[in-house]
Design a protein around this ligand. Structure first.
Ligand SMILES: O=P(O)(O)OC[C@H]1O[C@H](OP(=O)(O)OP(=O)(O)O)[C@H](O)[C@@H]1O
Ligand code: HPA
Ligand SMILES: [Mg+2]
Length: 191
């Protein structure tokens, strides 16, 4: 295992969750994430004027972020999920975003907040924004924990961003590589 120690006070070496798999360095520690998620919750609470907010979590990657984030939003809301996949076991997008589950909730006339773990190539977001836009929501905003800022073809701004992310493949706090590392409580670069 690579024994590099994180400069932000958390180490990915000697973490029993990794089962001997190497991670290069911690990019965002548990404490940093918790503080930023609380700030995002305050920003989102202040942003929405009335009661019909539907928070749509994009699975699988957003499952931890979403569950932490909604507990920091101090207003009524509903939660539903979308499931999409494009990476499989790879560290680059396959280019095809497969929608595996579509929410049953009526979206028309509602404020929708789509919650993503990471915006990388932007393909996933672009496809979902087109799909959700067709359902005539009252508003559609995006909240992403991590944004690599390399997407060139996003029609819709990402209104709420947790952290600007390095151009490295990141895992932990919901993000996987070949389904490993989702339960790691910090975000680390793979290699
Ligand atoms: O901006 P993009 O290049 O499209 O990448 C971002 C998306 O890719 C990942 O999903 P993945 O296909 O790995 O599915 P998962 O959430 O189940 O891990 C990630 O969780 C985002 O949803
Ligand atoms: O950096 C990443 N890590 C995990 N999943 C991802 N999906 C797109 N980019 C990433
Ligand atoms: Mg994935």
């Amino acid at each position: 295992m690579n024994a590099s120690i994180d400069v932000r006070g958390q180490s990915a070496a000697a973490d029993p969750r990794l089962a001997g798999r190497a991670l290069k360095r911690v990019a965002f520690s548990e404490a940093q994430i918790a503080a930023r998620v609380a700030e995002l919750g305050r920003e989102i609470t202040a942003f929405y004027p009335d009661d019909d907010l539907l928070v749509l979590g994009l699975l699988k990657g957003s499952f931890i972020f979403l569950s932490d984030l909604v507990r920091q939003i101090a207003r009524p809301l509903h939660v539903d999920f979308l499931v999409a996949s494009s990476y499989g076991d790879a560290t680059v997008s396959s280019g095809t975003v497969r929608l595996l589950y579509d929410p049953e909730t009526e979206l028309e006339g509602k404020h929708i907040l789509l919650v993503e773990d990471i915006v990388d190539s932007g393909r996933t977001l672009q496809k979902l924004v087109e799909l959700l836009g067709d359902r005539r929501p009252k508003s559609l905003e995006i909240c992403a924990l991590l944004h690599k800022h390399i997407a060139t073809h996003l029609d819709h701004p990402v209104r709420f961003v947790g952290f600007d992310a390095p151009e490295e493949f990141l895992v932990g706090y919901g993000l996987d590589h070949a389904e490993h590392f989702r339960h790691v409580p910090y975000v680390a670069s793979l290699q």
